[in-house]
Design a protein around this ligand. Structure first.
Ligand code: SF4
Length: 210
């Protein structure tokens, strides 16, 4: 939902999933990166001086101080996007840091990680959040729309291709699927966004460090 806005990214190391198309493999190792205190991260965010901060990973909720970091950032007036892979309980974030915008993945079959989504997270997502599906092929698209049919939700839906070449091929089939949604699912049509991976437009498909 915030794509395109200048953003400070805080990438927390460590993720226990292993998506086949992970483009931040370097961040999966919990020992990767640089150890920084919350105060140091706050100073850096203030120095960069952008209103929007994205806390991502790896899987940020695998670090025990993640919510403390978000609380501190919210306290300084930053808008926070938390990107999480859907396998962790977002309840404590909603409870302790209610202003956080939550971007929660539902892993599709091509990731090799489908089935890791914690269904209890669905009820905690509303307008200040989104479900994100990364799709690589028609099978992933079918999975996404079957999931949306079986699990009604009021949150925003983001569908994004693995790479922008995949996106060029999938945009048409995706539009057909949106058109074909039954009227009873009508208000879903207005909440589905197709999002290209803007970092791969700005840099390139293979570059790390974004
Ligand atoms: S959840 Fe994210 S960081 Fe973890 S393996 Fe999948 S894509 Fe990579």
């Amino acid at each position: 939902m915030h794509t395109g806005l200048p953003t400070t990214f805080i990438r927390l190391a460590g993720c226990s999933l292993e998506c086949s198309w992970c483009d931040t493999r370097y961040s999966r190792d919990p020992e990767a990166g640089t150890t920084m205190s919350i105060d140091e991260l706050m100073d850096k965010a203030k120095e960069l001086s952008l209103p929007l901060v994205c806390v991502t990973g790896g899987e940020p909720l695998e670090q025990e101080n993640c919510i403390r970091l978000i609380e501190a950032l919210l306290g300084e007036g930053f808008t926070i996007d938390l990107e999480t892979n859907g396998s962790k309980d977002i309840g404590p974030v909603v409870e302790r840091a209610p202003g956080t915008f939550l971007s929660v993945d539902v892993k599709t079959p091509s990731s090799g990680m489908s089935g890791t989504f914690l269904l209890g997270n669905l009820a905690l997502l509303g307008k200040n959040g989104q479900l994100k599906f990364v799709v690589k092929d028609q099978k992933d698209l079918d999975f996404t729309f079957a999931f949306l049919r079986d699990h009604p939700t009021t949150t925003n839906i983001v569908i994004t291709p693995c790479g922008n070449k995949d996106g060029a091929l999938l945009a048409g089939p995706l539009l057909s699927k949106v058109r074909d949604l039954a009227p009873v699912q009508g208000n879903l049509k207005g909440r589905i966004r197709f999002m290209v991976q803007s970092h791969k437009v700005i840099w390139d498909e293979g570059r790390r460090g974004v």
